[in-house]
Structures are given as C-alpha cells and as structure tokens.
Design a protein around this ligand. Structure first.
Ligand code: ZN
Length: 407
C-alpha cells in the first residue's frame, strides 16, 4: 500500500488473511487484506478475538513491573525494554485520577496498550491494571472493560487519626473485601488483585501488615499483591528521600512477613526513579515483587520534546508554572519552584538538563493534565514524528529501572 510504513513485527495471520500495523502521515492504521482501517475500539475488539495473545492476562505471584503509560504511546518502547528480561509486564496501568487528567477512558487505555503490543509483535503476555480504584462503580466498569488486575484503594476508609490498628484499618479492609466480592460476582475470568494501603499518613507497621493479611485471608480474599506505605518519602518522579538503612530494616521486616504467609508479593508504588532502593527491594524480597511506575515515562516524553522542539517545551514549561499550585494539591511533593532555573536564562541546548533537576522534574510531572489539555495535539505529533528516539529513551530509562531491580 502506497505511502504506508508497515511495522514489520506486527504482521499476523488468521484464516489466510494478514494483518499489520502501519503509519502514514504520523497516523496509525490497521492494514489487512480487506483494506485500510482506523484504530477504533471496534477494530481493536475484532483483532482481540482473532489473536488471543493481544488480550491482557493475569500474572499471579510472579515478579512483575508496571509501565504506566499516560499518553498511550509507550508500549512498543516498553516491549523493547523487556528484551530477554524475566519479568511480567503490566503495560496498561492507569489510575482513575490519571485518566481524568489525560482525558482517556478505561477502554482507551486498554486499546492503546493492545495496539502497542500488536505493533511490537509481543507475545509474552501482559497485564492490565486498573490502578487506585476507589469506587465500586469503577470496579464494575473495569470488570466489563476487561482489566485483569484490580488495585483497590480504600484510603477513604482509612482512619489515620485512630490509635489502634483495628480502628485505623478496619473499615478500609471491609471496603477491600466488598470490592473483591464484587469482582468475583461480575466476572468468571481469573484476575490479579492488589490491596493498597500506601496512601496513609504514617508508614505501615509490621503488626498492621499482619493484621491486614489475616483479615483478608479470613474473608477469602485471594490477593496477589499488597501495597504498603513504606517508611521515607516516595515522591513523584525523583529518587527515594529518607534514611536508606532504616528503609532496609523496615522493608526486610515486611518482606519476611510476606514470605511467612506466602501467596502474595509486595507492591511498591511511586516506583519511578527510586534507583537507590531498587537493589534493596530486589534483595530483601528475594527477587519477587511488583513495582509500579508511571510519571517517569511521561517525563521521558517531555525530555524528548525538550530536545526536538524547544519552543514547544518552553510553552509546556510556562503552563506548568502557571498550573502548578492548582495541580499539586492531589500529589505528595515538596517541590521548590525557586530552584527551577529561569527559562529565559537557558539556551535551547540547556533545556534537556532541566529534566535532571528534581524540582523541574516534579513541576513537569504533576502538571501533565493541564499541559495535555492545552497542547495535546502538538505533543502527540512531536512524539509520533520522533517515535524511534522516543522508544530508545524509554528503553534506556526504564531499562535502568529494571537492571537495578535485578531484572
Ligand atoms: Zn499508590
């Protein structure tokens, strides 16, 4: 077909018909012997039926890694990152909050990951995590969409001010149990289930960890991962803040409890750029864990734009400064904007270096919703134009994550 650049790895065959993904004028299409079609939800469903490996699947308690992709453009790059590494990837992983801010639906997130898997010719199986889901109505929706992993966030039911474990976590655990039973009722398919109490004011104690596991087990909740609030600060898009020796000690205690009970893995949220503790996590957890990243993928996209289209980067940065106070409210960050170098003092060549500075990283990290609302088309255009470079950057950056985690 004329003018179409076919992704050679994508080619699949069914009933003597071939299907492949192609690009023309920066837009992607599905090519088949029936002609050219758009990447619609209906076509995604058609393809899923023909090729079961394009559907997300469950992981169980194997080691896994979440590649949260806010833009829906990164999966093919993430596939390259995997190479021969022994890890179960969760390519579709977005929270309700992220979807609200990026203007994507639960279906969009699943479809984008699937097109990426198709494009890259990946056949190794991948997960789809509805992350930090709070409301029961969203749990039901995610079931209907075909998510294979449910991360239940009961933080609305955690009583941080209480003094004893039962009063702090009792209602939250009830909510997790309710959601689990809801999924059981809604779907006959297997699923991965994560209980996440990571968004509490104080770190989870070993006693609380035991209490949560015992309560969930007693109620018949077969959870595959458990996210705790670990000691120290897990701020967005930057390395761990805190005493690494103290973290090590605490994490070791939790990892030991996890092994003692067995049957689930610890899940580490806000895993983006936590390079200094990755080796500890890997060692203490005996190589079995789940790590979630999201923002760091977006920041690599921003870094690419700072290289390739400095003028666009400058506008994104200005808007980020303007939106920061409003956007920071739902994020845990200690960004000091006075430490972000002034844009007008920086030459274009110096712009990418901003993405190495923690305050500037967080500035761009948490304002993604406002930036996308205003400049979505230009951002997607630039990333599509420099697709190979984008994948290469993801591969290097996420590859560093995986290597440090011993994967
Ligand atoms: Zn979390």
């Amino acid at each position: 077909m004329q003018g179409f650049k076919i992704y050679p790895e994508s080619k699949l065959e069914k009933n003597n018909k071939t299907y492949s993904l192609a690009q023309k004028d920066l837009k992607k299409y599905l090519l088949s012997d029936d002609g050219v079609s758009e990447l619609t939800h209906a076509n995604a469903n058609k393809l899923r039926k023909f090729f079961p490996h394009l559907n997300p699947t469950t992981c169980g308690i194997k080691r896994s890694f979440g590649f949260g992709d806010r833009l829906g453009l990164a999966t093919a790059g993430h596939v390259k990152t995997l190479k021969a590494r022994d890890i179960f990837p969760v390519f579709a992983q977005q929270s309700i909050r992220e979807m609200e801010r990026t203007g994507r639906s639960m279906e969009d997130v699943l479809d984008d990951a699937m097109w990426g898997v198709f494009q890259a010719g990946y056949r190794g199986g991948y997960g789809a995590d509805i992350d930090h889901v709070k409301k029961e109505e969203d749990v039901i929706k995610a079931c209907e969409c075909g998510y294979t992993m449910f991360t239940i966030d009961p933080s609305d039911y955690v009583n941080d001010r209480a003094k004893d474990i039962v009063s702090i976590y009792g209602k939250a655990i009830e909510h997790i149990i309710r959601c689990y039973n809801l999924i059981k009722k809604k779907t006959s398919a297997p699923f991965d289930f994560e209980a996440s109490v990571d968004e509490t004011a104080t770190p989870t104690t070993p006693q609380a960890h035991r209490f949560i596991v015992e309560k969930l087990r007693k109620a018949g909740v077969n959870f595959t991962s458990l996210a705790l609030r670990f000691i120290g600060d897990f701020e967005k898009g930057i390395d761990y803040i805190g005493d690494i020796e103290v973290f090590k000690e605490q994490f070791l205690a939790h990892a030991a409890i996890c092994r003692e009970f067995g049957g689930y893995k610890l899940s580490i949220h806000s895993g983006s750029d936590k390079f200094s503790i990755y080796p500890i996590i890997s060692e203490m957890a005996h190589g079995v864990f789940h790590i979630k990243t999201a923002g760091t993928n977006w920041l690599e996209a921003v870094r690419l734009i700072s290289h390739k289209d400095p003028a666009l980067y400058r506008r994104m940065h200005e808007l980020a400064l303007y939106s920061f106070e409003k956007d920071r409210k739902s994020y845990h960050v200690t960004t000091d904007l006075s430490k972000v170098p002034a844009l007008d003092k920086l030459s274009d060549e110096k712009l990418p270096e901003l993405l190495n500075e923690n305050n500037a990283r967080q500035l761009m990290h948490i304002t993604y919703g406002s930036i996308l609302k205003d400049m979505r088309e230009e951002i997607y255009k630039t990333l599509n134009l420099y697709e190979d470079e984008h994948y290469k950057m993801l591969c290097t950056h996420l590859g560093r994550h995986l290597s440090l985690a011993g994967i």
